[in-house]
Design a protein around this ligand. Sequence first.
Ligand SMILES: [Zn+2]
Length: 250
Amino acid sequence: MTDSPEAPQSPLTPLPEDWQRALAVVAHPDDLEYGCAAAVATWTDAGKEVSYLLATRGEAGIDTLDPAVCGPLREREQRASAAVVGVSAVEFLDHRDGVVEYGIALRRDIAAAIRRHRPQLVVTLNHRDTWGGTVWNTPDHVAVGRAALDAVADAGNRWIFPELREAGLEPWDGVRWVAVAGTDAPTHAVDATEGLERGVRSLLEHRTYIEVLTEEDPESYCRSFLTGFAESLAPRFGGRPAVAFELFGR
Ligand SMILES: [Zn+2]
């Protein structure tokens, strides 16, 4: 059975678990915390290694804060939120928030990180134009998601980006899947039962951002958003709250 917008209730397959290292590649601080972090907690509990790679520091994300102040603050919040779910490796590529360009430079940066971390699984965020229907995605997410999908092949080819080999980064062709979060056509899922509470704590670490975003109490905002989303997938995943992904195999 295939998933499609016309068959929204089709069951989700458990995401493969026979891997050891994952690299999550996203545009902004908080992109992984709006859903993925509960799955990350489950993975690190199982002894898997997960690293985060962010294209920007999210410095254009808060209207009332100058980017020079906002960038370092959001970096600190991102590192704290990663630590909550067992992730200590958090890297920033320093592309400019809001104007990330899909292209060779971004593919090269991500391919370099894939060669350094040698993951079997790459995780990224929705690379499609919309979140579903007419809810428009942001250009940074589209650029980074597409570049991550492309960079897994770049990372494995010694003739693409020869400068990476000259810098000592040998090809890594071991990525077996790219799991894309936040698409409207998920195919797979991870049980969020054990990781959900840490997922809430992880999102809550983006406190400055969230306090600007909502009038609600930050903790109840984080809990109701993430719990509601995870539970909405339960009918498609054996009644269990879930984090859903669209899985691209290689
Ligand atoms: Zn984002």
